[in-house]
Write a protein that binds this ligand. Structure first.
Ligand code: NDP
Length: 395
């Protein structure tokens, strides 16, 4: 029985609140806090309606450490689940250390003025968390998150040696808008418009943005074209999976999405540096975010499925072996269960399961951890039980 404080009331925050509410034996008391109180209150009403539980809500600016520490001291949670934006990771880690509680997030820190996804800022907290006897779990979403756990499971239970990993992420759904992003538009567009990068034999190989693509057959969806991108779990997995020779990340995009993105880029609307407009500074990508549909609002009419997994090659008992470990998630089903689309759902469920692992003591440790550093088995068991069944196909 534990108190938990969820920070961030967007698409993912809503799912985490619903899923924690479904497990009262672990999450005995839930507080949802965010910058805009009205969004917390909307989720509070939906959790009461769909899960029959009352959660607390609060307003907080998580960029402000003192304010966040005061909230943590008032709520007295055992764990803070950060599903605000990556920009808040460091201030929330500082607040957790000051208030003496554990920390979990789903996306690594990036500085607001530079699209650079690296763990270095958060790994730098290793000694402070260890010395304080506290645990920080990084990247407990789907990718990063479940994909890291799939890789750890394969390395420990399916292979003697893993040689290559390709993480394949497909959203085969349709939200009916000509252009929208499935999670925070600013974070999403920054991720896609940077150079592609993969890791091979100890070296990072950089390519032009979206310059390499391949068609994969995604279970539950069918054939889709996927593009090679840099994604943050490549950094930790390339260090933590022994014997690995290559790891890449691929994500599918529809033609309409890519066409819109190209135009927006060409006219400068995806810029992250401030420009002067009518006597004041604006950041074009922030303005664009204000115009695009709120990702949480896409959920109601979303159809189709997401299909995300890890294609892993290596050796078992002296023979070559290839497996695909994956989950398929249906947008309409997640709407019915928690009023969310599948991209938010596949992120929010692993955040809840990661929190459950920490609060029940299945995953314990002092310091900063990536998902693949912890025992994959209890996590995967709970993941299947709480809405994201996973499958292993031998190829
Ligand atoms: P949204 O933009 O929908 O929600 C973000 C929420 O954080 C909003 O409620 C926002 O408040 C709140 N917030 C922003 N700044 C602050 C602040 N300073 N203090 C308090 N609250 C703040 O994003 P999503 O729900 O789609 O995504 C949440 C996180 O999940 C992101 O970090 C994203 O990168 C990550 N993610 C991870 C994935 C994975 O698989 N690992 C996949 C998808 C997302 P307001 O309402 O006022 O704007």
């Amino acid at each position: 029985m534990s108190k938990v404080l969820i920070v961030g009331a967007g698409g993912v925050g809503g799912v985490v609140a619903h899923k924690c509410a479904q497990v009262p034996e672990v999450f005995s008391h839930i507080t949802l806090a965010s910058r805009t109180l009205a969004r917390c209150e909307k989720i509070q009403r939906e959790v009461r309606e769909l899960q029959g539980r009352d959660i607390e809500v609060a307003q907080v600016d998580a960029d402000d450490v003192a304010q966040t520490v005061a909230l943590i001291r008032r709520v007295e949670p055992a764990l803070v689940i950060n599903v605000a934006l990556p920009y808040q990771d460091l201030t929330l880690m500082d607040a957790c250390l000051e208030a003496g509680v554990d920390y979990l997030d789903t996306a690594n820190y990036e500085p607001p003025d530079e699209a650079k996804f690296e763990y270095k800022w958060q790994w730098a907290y290793q000694d402070r968390f260890r010395d304080a006897g506290r645990m920080a779990l990084l990247g407990s979403g789907f990718d990063p998150g479940v994909t890291n756990v799939f890789c750890a499971y394969a390395a420990q239970h399916l292979f003697d040696r893993v040689r290559t990993i390709d993480i394949l992420d497909c959203n085969g759904g349709d939200h009916g808008h000509p252009f929208a992003t499935n999670f925070n538009p600013e974070i999403n567009i920054r991720e896609i418009t940077q150079k592609g990068r993969y890791w091979e034999r100890g070296e990072w190989v950089e390519i032009e943005p979206m310059s390499e693509s391949r068609v994969f057959d995604f279970p539950g969806v069918g054939e889709r074209k996927a593009y090679l991108l840099y994604h943050e779990e490549l950094e930790s997995l390339s260090r933590n999976i022994p014997g690995l020779e290559r790891i890449r990340f691929w994500m599918t995009f529809g033609e309409s999405y890519l066409k819109h993105l190209e135009v927006l880029q060409n006219v400068g609307m995806t810029r992250i540096d401030p420009v002067m407009f009518e006597g004041r500074e604006i950041v074009p990508i922030k303005f664009l975010k204000a115009l695009l549909p709120d990702p949480a609002s896409l959920a109601e009419n979303y159809t189709g499925k997401t299909s995300i997994g890890c294609l892993i090659e290596g050796e078992k008992d002296g023979k070559p072996k290839t497996v695909f470990i994956y989950n398929v998630c249906d947008h309409e089903e997640t709407w019915r269960e928690v009023r969310a689309q599948a991209v938010s759902y596949t992120t929010g469920v692993p955040a809840m399961v990661g929190a459950m692992m920490m609060l029940t003591g299945e995953w314990r440790g002092h310091g900063v951890f990536n998902m693949e550093q912890l025992d994959p088995v209890p996590f995967l068991e709970a993941l299947g039980q709480h809405g994201l069944p996973w499958h292993v196909t031998a190829l």
